[in-house]
Design a protein around this ligand. Structure first.
Ligand SMILES: [Fe+2]
Length: 342
């Protein structure tokens, strides 16, 4: 088996390939690493046909849907997963055939209700059910410490002790653990009695993940994160630098409109010389009156440079093909000591 580990922050994902048929699966892919999976696959001459999530992630954005669309791969998850875009849903005991590789699914609820571990040869991809020196938490939506105890002690830890484990998270850079090693040294697995284990899990006081609600929303629906929306808006919009705009305003060329899309009170507190105010929230409904000439050159400005990017993208999608956004916002403009009008 070809096996590559891809790290993104504390997240680990894996490309598993069959060397004979050149077919591969990616396990727990993360949205910012899509090009890396493609690169790994290309390096080994593999075609990624399956994008598998071991569970509904609450702490990062899954790339299964993206990979499914981009590479025409099947999106695979548990039959209990909420995501509507899953092509193939696995039940306990099901097997996924990837070329000559046999990937066995073991339902291991506990970290989440849809948690599934994947056994391939002498490897197990444990998701967040079992980590190196830890276990997944059980305090997030659908988590259940009782079920995690059962999944670990009656299922996962019954695998051959030599089985190598590959978790979805590792924050300390450790590699190369086995089921036997974890049974021996993992502090969480020393509480073997159910009541003790449950008490220990309930007593853990772990911070909520940074993107909890957004990651759950995006991973469960297959829709977009705010960062993705902003990246798409940026990709469809040209920008103008502060130096360029400042020079053009100083030269009074009068060949462009500076459109301030903030609210009235922010505008009144200081804006670019000659700027016109049209808050982002009113843009679509007032644009026909504000800009009767579709060939006009517009540079959108906001406080931090994000809302103006959305505004410029909206204007372009409405047919104002010379709309752009300032690279930066009023905050950077003021900090650079450039001209402000009140
Ligand atoms: Fe997780």
């Amino acid at each position: 088996m070809i096996l590559e580990t891809i790290e993104v922050g504390g997240c680990r994902s894996y490309v598993l390939g069959c060397p004979k048929t050149n077919i591969a699966a990616v396990v727990d892919p993360e949205i910012s690493a899509v090009e890396r999976y493609r690169g790994v696959a290309a390096k080994h001459g593999l075609a990624i046909r399956y994008a598998v999530d071991t569970h509904t992630h609450a702490d990062h954005f899954s790339a299964t849907r993206e990979i499914g669309k981009a590479l025409n791969a099947q999106v695979v998850m548990s039959h209990l997963s909420a995501a509507p875009f899953v092509d193939l849903r696995l039940d306990d005991g099901d097997m996924l055939i990837v070329g000559d590789l046999r990937i066995h699914a073991i339902a291991t609820p506990g970290h989440t209700a849809d948690s599934t571990c994947l056994v391939v040869q002498d490897h197990v991809f444990t998701g967040d059910t079992l980590l190196i020196g830890g276990t997944g938490r059980t305090d997030l939506p659908t988590g259940d410490p009782d079920k995690l105890h059962e999944s670990l002690f009656t299922k996962l830890l019954k695998l051959d002790p030599a089985t190598q484990i590959h978790p979805a998270h590792e924050y300390k850079g450790r590699i190369g653990s086995t089921i036997g090693e974890e049974i021996r040294s993992n502090p969480r697995l020393q509480k073997t009695a159910r009541a003790d284990f449950v008490e220990m899990m309930r007593a853990l006081n772990i911070q909520a993940p940074t993107h909890l609600t957004e990651a759950l929303r995006v991973n469960m629906s297959g829709k977009k994160s705010v960062a993705q929306l902003l990246a798409e808006a940026s990709a469809s919009t040209p920008f103008m630098s502060m130096t360029e705009l400042s020079a053009r305003l100083a030269a009074r060329q009068n060949d462009l409109i500076v459109l301030d899309v903030r609210e009235r009170d922010q505008f009144d507190a200081g804006h670019l010389p000659g700027a016109m105010l049209l808050p982002r929230g009113q843009l679509e409904l007032r644009v026909n009156d504000a800009f009767p000439d579709p060939t006009v050159r517009i540079v959108a400005v906001c406080e931090f440079g994000k809302i103006s990017t959305f505004a410029a993208a909206t204007l372009r999608s409405l047919g104002y093909m010379r709309a752009a956004a300032l690279d930066g916002g009023m905050k950077s403009w003021r900090e650079a000591g450039l001209a402000v009008e009140k």
